[in-house]
Design a protein around this ligand. Sequence first.
Ligand code: NZQ
Ligand code: ZN
Length: 389
Amino acid sequence: MQFDFTYYNPTIIHFGKSSLTQLDNELTQYGETVMLVYGRNAIKSNGLYDDIMSILAAAGKKVIELSGVMPNPTYQKMMEGAQLVREHDVSLILAVGGGSVIDCAKGISVSAYCEGQDPFQKYWVEYQDVDNKVVPVASILTMVGTGSEMNGGSVITHEETKYKGGRVFPASVYPKFSILNPEYTFTVSQYQMLSGVFDTLSHLMEQYFSDQGVNTSDYLIEGLLKSSIDNLRVALKNPTNYEARSNLMWNATLALNTLTGLSKTQDWQVHMIEHQLGAYTDCAHGMGLAAISLPYYRLIYKFGIEKFVRFATQIWGISTEGKTQDQIALEGIDALEAFIKECGIVTSLKALGATREMLPKIAASTIILGKGYRKITPEEIQNILEDCF
Ligand code: NZQ
Ligand code: ZN
C-alpha cells in the first residue's frame, strides 16, 4: 500500500565518463568566488584536482580552498570552512570527494551565516529548521556509498562531546548539481569500496525492514540490493570494470535520494548505533554498519518475519520447502553474513578500533528511534555491541 507522499528532488545529475564537461556550463550560474572543498590526497594523486582547477580558471573563477576534510568530518573542520565562506563571500561550495567531503560542504553552507547560536547545537542537536542564508553546494563524487550527492543528509562529528550527529536538510541544501563519473572511483581502495557498498546495502535494508506490507519501494529496493551484490562481486575481481563501478555508483545514489523510502516508515536504528561507534572509534562508516547489522537483525527479525522471509527468498534464493518461517528468515540473515565474509568486510568492533570500555558509552549515547519492527533498549544495544566485539 502507498501512504500519502510528496516527492521532490532538486539535484541535477550529470553521469558518465564525460560528465566533467558539464561543469563549465553549471558554473555560469554562480558568482565569482568558488570554494573547493576536498579531502587529503586522493584527488591530487589521481589528477582530478588539476582538471577541476583548469576548468575553474578558464571560467574566470576565484578559488578558495578547504583541504584535509577527514572521514567522519569534524565540527572544527566545518567551522573553519564556514569562516572562509564569510571572509571571501563565497558564492558556490564545490565539494570533491566522498560523503564526508559533501556532508562537510553542506554543514558549511548552513553554518556560515548562522548567527546567535552555535550551528552544531542548532542544527545537529536540536534539529531546528534552517532559517538563515545558505550558500549553494555542488559535488563531484569520487567515492560511492552515502548518497550525499543527491540528498540533504549531513553527518558531522563533534570531537569534544563525542557525538556524531546526522540530519537531513531541506531542498535548499541539497547539491544543486552533482557530477558522477564512475572512473573516478577506480582508485578507491578495496577497503573503502567495501565500506561504501555495504553502506548502500544498509541504506536499502534500513528502508526495507519496516512496515508489514510490500509496496513499490520494496520492489525497487530488492532490485537495487541484487544489483549491488552482483556488481560488488565483479568489482572485487576487477576494480576497473566500468560497468560494475557505474552500477554501484548509480545504485548508491538511488538508495538514498529519498526515492526508495517513499511510503516507508524506515528503521535507521543500525545507523544510529554506528554513528556513536564512529564517534568513539572513527571507523569506516560501512564497516561499522556491517558489524552491527547481523546481531541487530537476529534480534528483531521475529517482529517482521514476513519481510525477513521475503528477504531470504527474493535476495538470497533460499528455498522454503519443509522449513518454518523462522528457519527461512534466519537462513536469509546467514546468507547476508556469508556474503559479508566472502567479500572481506570487517565485522569485528575490535578490528574497527573499539575497546570494551567504550561499549557502555556507545550504547548509552545512541539515539533510539523506535521506528523499525521493534524498539530496542540501551541494554540490547550493549548486547549487540558485545556480540560483534
Ligand atoms: O581523504 P582522501 O584522500 O580524499 O581519501 C578518502 C577517504 O580517506 C578516500 N577516497 C575518496 N575518493 C577516493 C578516495 N581514495 C582514492 N580514490 C578516490 N577516488 O576514501 C576515504 C573515505 O572517504 P569518505 O568520504 O569518508 O567516505 P564515505 O563516502 O563513505 O563517507 C562517510 C561519511 O558519510 C556519512 C558517514 O557517517 C561518514 O561520516 N554519511 C552520510 C550520509 C548522507 N549524507 O546522507 C548518509 C550515510 O549513512 C552516512 O552516515
Ligand atoms: Zn550510511
